[in-house]
Design a protein around this ligand. Structure first.
Ligand code: G3P
Length: 222
C-alpha cells in the first residue's frame, strides 16, 4: 500500500533515447529489485516496445491521443500503446498539454483498457479539477521548477500539501505524486513527508553521471 512510487519520465533526452533507454530502464529495474521501491519508466513512444521487452518494471507511455481506432495519421492510439507494452500513460504533461475534454477522454479510454492514468497538473486548482475526472494518479509539477534542479518539495511545499488536501476532499481514491526538480533522497523524503505517494522526475536522474547511483540515493531515505 504505502510502498513509495517513482516514475522516471525519459522525455526526449539523448541520454534516455534508443539503446540508452534500455540501459536506463535496466538500471531502474536493478534498483527496484534491490530496494523494493515501485519504479516505472516512461520512454519515448518509438522506444516503448524495446524497453518493455527488456524489463519487468512497469513501462508507461508519455502521452496518448484522445482518438479511437481509424484515420488519425501520426496519432498515438491507446490500444497501440497497450500492445507495445505500456501499462499506463502520462496525460497532460506540462510539455504536452491537452484540452480538459481531451484529458477526460483519455482517462476513460485508458480505464477501458485497464491501464493506469497519471494526469499531470501545474498547480492546486488544476489538481483539484483533474481529481474530479477520477484518474489513478495526479502528478503536480510547477512548470517553472521543471528541469531546474530546485525541488518542488523545498521551493513550493504548499503546492504539494494543497494538492494532497484538495484531492482528499474531491476523490480520496486518487493518489498524488509530485515532481519538478526532484533528484535526491532528501527531496524524495520531503515529498513523502508532505503527503505525496511518490515522485515523477526526469533530469536529476537522466543527466546524472551515474543514473543508477542517483536512483539509489533517491530511494535511500524512505
Ligand atoms: O515529468 C517529470 C518532469 O516534468 C520533472 O522534470 O527534470 O524537473 O525532474 P525534472
Amino acid at each position: 500500500e504505502d510502498t513509495p512510487i517513482v516514475i522516471l519520465n525519459f522525455k526526449t533526452y539523448l541520454e534516455s533515447t534508443g539503446e540508452r533507454a534500455v540501459e536506463l530502464a535496466s538500471a531502474c529495474q536493478k534498483v527496484a529489485d534491490e530496494t523494493g521501491v515501485n519504479i516505472a519508466v516512461a520512454p519515448q513512444h518509438m522506444d516503448l516496445s524495446r524497453v518493455a521487452g527488456a524489463v519487468e518494471i512497469p513501462v508507461m507511455a508519455q502521452h496518448i491521443d484522445p482518438i479511437r481506432a481509424g484515420g488519425h495519421t501520426g496519432s498515438v492510439l491507446a490500444e497501440c500503446a497497450l500492445e507495445a507494452g505500456a501499462r499506463g500513460t502520462l496525460i497532460n504533461h506540462s510539455e504536452r498539454r491537452m484540452l480538459l475534454a481531451d484529458v477526460e477522454a483519455v482517462i476513460s479510454r485508458v480505464r477501458e483498457l485497464d491501464m493506469v492514468s497519471v494526469v499531470c497538473t501545474n498547480n492546486v486548482q488544476t489538481t483539484a479539477a483533474a481529481a474530479a475526472l477520477e484518474p489513478d494518479f495526479v502528478a503536480v509539477e510547477p512548470p517553472e521548477l521543471i528541469g531546474s534542479g530546485i525541488p518542488v518539495s523545498k521551493a513550493e511545499p504548499e503546492v504539494v500539501t494543497g494538492s494532497v488536501d484538495a484531492v482528499k476532499k474531491i476523490n480520496p481514491d486518487v493518489k498524488v505524486l509530485c515532481g519538478a526538480g526532484i533528484s535526491t533522497g532528501d527531496d524524495m523524503k520531503a515529498a513523502r513527508d508532505l503527503g505525496a505517494e511518490g515522485v515523477l522526475l526526469a533530469s536529476g536522474i537522466i543527466l546524472a553521471d551515474d543514473p543508477e547511483r542517483a536512483l539509489l540515493d533517491l530511494v535511500s531515505k524512505i
